[in-house]
Write a protein that binds this ligand. Structure first.
Ligand SMILES: Cc1ncc(COP(=O)(O)O)c(C=O)c1O
Length: 401
């Protein structure tokens, strides 16, 4: 069993905001003390560059940075040279899509979905425009899911890229990626998985998933902002061009030409976010100590409990009533989501309102904006009760005019 009171001691935000009911972890999770301490350690004790100097501080910095790469590799069952540190999921996905501007041709097809976060959709939309490739959308089920059979219906000999979300940041539903990959492997395709919402809760094994690229962000996993990961199968990483050129990614430079290091260094031009990377690794070790299965079970229990209670509240529309992960998206009749968010804030509840960087999902749901509550390991059933009570008070307040 998870002891939430004990867990909260690991998240200093609760010491500064004792009444906080934080239900916006899908946007960014709270930061764990282990990660904060590592960032602090780097700034106070090291403070120098990685991969460059030959003095002992530089050596320790490089060691910590590369140990972080091993931590991430172990976390998703990858090899170290398949892990590229980036600014976050957005950068990781842009890196791959930008490289495909030199690979795709007119008429090639990119399979995507209306469930994508803008950072999974827009890079491919722009690549499609530049190359005259075509975006092809997997038809969603009426409740808003991607299914393997719907995927199969759009797969063709023209498909070259499959770019899908693992867990939708609005619907919370999980894409049956294992089934999709099995079907897709009958064609010569590259599969990119946006794991921004799955990496914080689930065990990810890239060997079992068998995707070509996978992206996630540190800040949704108790780590610092400004750091994330692009995983790529070794042979896939060597097929794509670097996104940026500069320091520490070259082999040799001549007057007219240059050669580049192998992955991952060829994708990490310039001084990296050293503090962020080692802080992120500390956050991952914390997740591992808790156990991803325990985390998944805890947030799933909170989600089910809240869905059950919220579905009994009159004038509340829940858009993903069957979610089993960590996200509940809903609206209150005659209350704008931003007003609801402001009102709930008065009860110390932090939730998200808006389109959640996923316009196509809002269009699918036929509503310009929704309220989204999302859970993590520091939430308990009292938080769920507070949300439901807050929603009732918000409804009654706005409907009283
Ligand atoms: C599913 C999904 N993909 C991508 C992103 C983008 O992540 P980041 O802003 O950390 O780059 C998010 C962030 O909310 C997300 O939920």
């Amino acid at each position: 069993m998870i002891d939430v009171n004990e867990i909260r001691k690991d998240f200093p935000v609760y010491q500064n905001h004792a009444n906080l009911i934080y239900l916006d972890s899908a946007a960014s999770a709270l930061k764990v003390k282990d990660a904060i301490d590592q960032v602090d350690y780097y700034h106070k004790v090291l403070g120098v560059n990685a991969h460059r100097g030959a003095y002992h501080l530089a050596f320790e910095t490089t060691q910590l940075y590369e140990a972080a790469r091993s931590t991430v590799a172990r976390f998703i069952n990858a090899a170290e040279d398949e892990i590229v540190f980036t600014r976050g999921t957005t950068t990781s996905l842009n890196m791959v899509a930008a490289a495909f501007r030199d690979i795709l041709n007119e008429g090639d097809e990119i399979i995507t979905s209306e469930l994508e976060h803008h950072s999974s959709l827009l890079p491919w939309m722009m690549t499609a425009k530049k190359t005259k490739a075509r975006l092809v959308y997997v038809p969603l089920t009426p409740e808003g899911r991607i299914t393997a059979s719907a995927f199969q219906s759009v797969l063709s000999d023209k498909t070259k890229v499959i770019a899908l979300t693992h867990i939708s940041n609005v619907m919370g539903y999980r894409t049956p990626i294992e089934d999709i990959v099995k079907i897709a492997r009958t064609k010569d395709v590259v599969i990119i998985l946006d794991a921004a919402q799955s990496a914080p809760h689930m065990t990810l094994d890239v060997k079992a998933l068998d995707v070509d690229f996978l992206a996630f962000s540190g800040h949704k996993m108790f780590g610092p902002t400004g750091v994330g990961v692009l995983y790529g199968k070794k042979h896939r990483l060597s097929q794509i061009e670097p996104f940026e050129y500069g320091g520490e990614m070259i082999d040799e430079v001549h007057l007219e030409d240059a050669t580049f290091k192998p992955s991952p260094m060829r994708f990490e031009a310039g001084t990296p976010n050293i503090a962020g990377v080692i802080g992120f690794a500390a956050a991952i070790r914390y997740l591992e100590r808790l156990g991803m299965d325990k985390i998944d079970a805890h947030v799933a229990a909170l989600t089910r409990y809240t869905l059950d209670k919220l579905s009994q509240v009159e004038d509340v529309t829940i858009y993903n009533p069957k979610d089993t992960h960590s996200i509940i998206t809903f609206n209150i009749k005659d209350v704008h989501p931003h007003d609801a968010s402001t009102m709930l804030d008065q009860h110390h509840i932090g939730i998200r309102s808006g389109h959640h960087c996923a316009h196509l999902v809002a269009r699918f749901l036929n509503t310009p904006a929704t309220i989204r509550a999302s859970f993590h390991i520091y939430n308990d059933f009292k938080d769920c009760d507070a949300l439901v009570e807050g929603v009732i008070k918000t409804r009654d307040f706005f409907q009283s005019f």
